[in-house]
Design a protein around this ligand. Structure first.
Ligand SMILES: CNc1ncnc2c1ncn2[C@@H]1O[C@H](COP(=O)(O)O)[C@@H](O)[C@H]1O
Length: 353
C-alpha cells in the first residue's frame, strides 16, 4: 500500500498519477534532444542545426504563442527526423513519465511524414506504437512499474480537411491497437477549425475518444469557435481558459472532462496572473473530471509530480481533495473498462491517511 502523509514533493512524486495531456515532441527533455544532436553531429560535422541547449536554454520557460510553435516546426522536427531519433526520444519520454510514477499515460502526437527519410505518417505512428507496446510489456514482465500507455493522434489547426481525414483514418485503423482517441491542437492563432467538423464526426462515429484544445487564447475563444467545437461532442477539453460563464455551465451540464496545464498556462502567459489565479480553482469545484497535466514537460520543465505540487500549494489541496481529483481522472480516460478497473484498484490501495 502506498502510504501518503502530508502533501509535499515526496507525496506528489510517490502518488500514482494519470497523465492525459502530453504532446510527445513537447515532452522530450532538452538533455535528450542534446543527446540526439550530439549523435548526429558526430556522424555529420557539417550538421547545420544548433545545439538544443543553445536554442532552448535550460531554465528558459517563458515561451509565448509567437515563440513556442516555431520551436517545433523550425527546429525540433528537423532534429528528430529519422526513425532512430524518433525511437530514442519516445523511449526517453516514456521512461521519464514512468520514473515520475505515472501509472497511466495518454500520449498524443501529430502524425508526421518525413519525405527526406522516406517516412510516411503511418510509419511514424507505427514506430511510436511499437515503442509503447514494448514499454507496456516491460511493465508486465518485471512488475516493477505499472505504467500503461495509449496513444492519441492530433490534427493540427493548420491542416487541410484532407490531412485531417488522414489523421482520423490512421487512428480508426489502429483503434484497439493502442490508439484511443483524436485531438485538435496547434497554434491557436491559426486556421479555421470549422472545416474539420466532418473529420471529427467520422472519429466520433468510429467510437474514438475526442479531446480538443479549447479557448487557449482570446483569438481561439470566439463564441462561434467554441460553439462549433462543442457541436463535435468532445469527451474532453484541453486548457479551457477564456470561457465565459454560460459555456462553463454548458461544459459542466454535459459532464465534459477538462485537462488543465498550470505551468504551461502561467509561463506562456495564456492565463493572467500567477498560479493562484489559474482557473484550476474554479474547475476543481465544478463536478467534472479535472486532469492535472504537463502539456509539454520538455519545454516548460515541470514534471507532472511538480504540477500536482503546484496545484496542492496554490489551491490548498488536502489529501482528501487529491483523492477526489485522482479518482475523477480515471473516469475521463479513454482507457477500456479493464484498465479503468486497474486504475481504481491502484487508488483504492493508496493510504490516503
Ligand atoms: C501551448 N500548448 C499547446 N497548444 C496547442 N498545441 C500544442 C501545444 N503544445 C504542443 N502542441 C502541439 O504539439 C506539437 C508537438 O508535439 P507532436 O509533434 O504533436 O508530438 C506542436 O507542434 C503543436 O502543434
Amino acid at each position: 500500500m502506498t502510504s501518503l502523509s502530508v502533501v509535499d514533493t515526496e507525496l506528489t512524486h510517490a502518488l500514482p498519477k494519470i497523465e492525459l495531456h502530453a504532446h510527445l515532441t513537447g515532452s522530450i527533455s532538452r538533455h535528450c534532444l542534446h543527446q540526439v544532436w550530439q549523435k548526429k553531429k558526430s556522424r555529420d560535422p557539417d550538421l547545420a542545426l544548433e545545439d538544443p541547449l543553445v536554442t532552448i536554454p535550460p531554465g528558459k520557460v517563458d515561451f509565448n504563442v509567437k515563440t513556442f510553435f516555431p520551436l517545433f516546426s523550425s527546429y525540433i522536427y528537423h532534429l528528430c527526423d529519422d526513425l532512430q531519433s524518433i525511437i530514442y526520444t519516445t523511449e526517453s519520454v516514456l521512461q521519464s513519465f514512468r520514473e515520475d510514477n505515472v501509472v497511466y499515460l495518454e500520449l498524443r502526437t501529430t502524425p508526421r511524414a518525413i519525405p527526406s527519410n522516406s517516412i510516411t505518417e503511418a510509419q511514424y505512428v507505427d514506430v511510436i506504437l511499437h515503442c509503447i507496446t514494448v514499454s507496456n510489456n516491460i511493465n508486465e514482465c518485471t512488475h516493477t512499474s505499472t505504467m500503461q500507455t495509449n496513444l492519441i493522434l492530433s490534427v493540427d489547426r493548420r491542416n487541410t480537411l484532407e490531412e485531417a481525414y488522414k489523421v482520423i483514418d490512421l487512428a480508426i485503423v489502429r483503434k484497439g491497437k493502442g490508439v484511443v482517441g483524436v485531438d485538435l491542437c496547434g497554434n491557436p492563432e491559426k486556421g479555421d477549425i470549422a472545416i474539420f467538423r466532418p473529420a471529427f464526426e467520422r472519429a466520433k462515429e468510429a467510437g474514438l475518444g475526442i479531446t480538443l484544445h479549447f479557448a487557449e487564447t482570446r483569438a481561439s475563444a470566439t463564441e462561434d469557435e467554441l460553439r462549433e467545437l462543442l457541436s463535435w461532442r468532445p469527451d474532453r477539453l484541453g486548457h479551457v481558459i477564456h470561457v465565459n460563464d454560460d459555456l462553463r455551465r454548458e461544459i459542466v451540464k454535459r459532464n465534459i472532462g477538462v485537462e488543465l496545464c498550470l505551468s504551461c498556462n502561467v509561463h506562456a502567459k495564456l492565463t493572467e496572473g500567477s498560479f493562484e489565479d489559474h482557473h484550476f480553482g474554479w474547475w476543481k469545484e465544478s463536478g467534472v473530471g479535472v486532469a492535472i497535466c504537463t502539456d509539454d514537460v520538455g519545454i516548460f520543465e515541470s514534471p507532472i509530480s511538480n504540477e500536482y505540487q503546484l496545484a496542492a500549494t496554490h489551491f490548498h489541496l488536502s489529501k482528501v481533495d487529491l483523492k477526489k481529483i485522482c479518482e475523477s481522472i480515471v473516469d475521463i480516460t479513454f482507457a477500456n473498462e479493464r484498465e479503468k478497473f486497474r486504475l481504481r484498484s491502484i487508488y483504492s490501495n493508496v493510504d490516503w491517511g
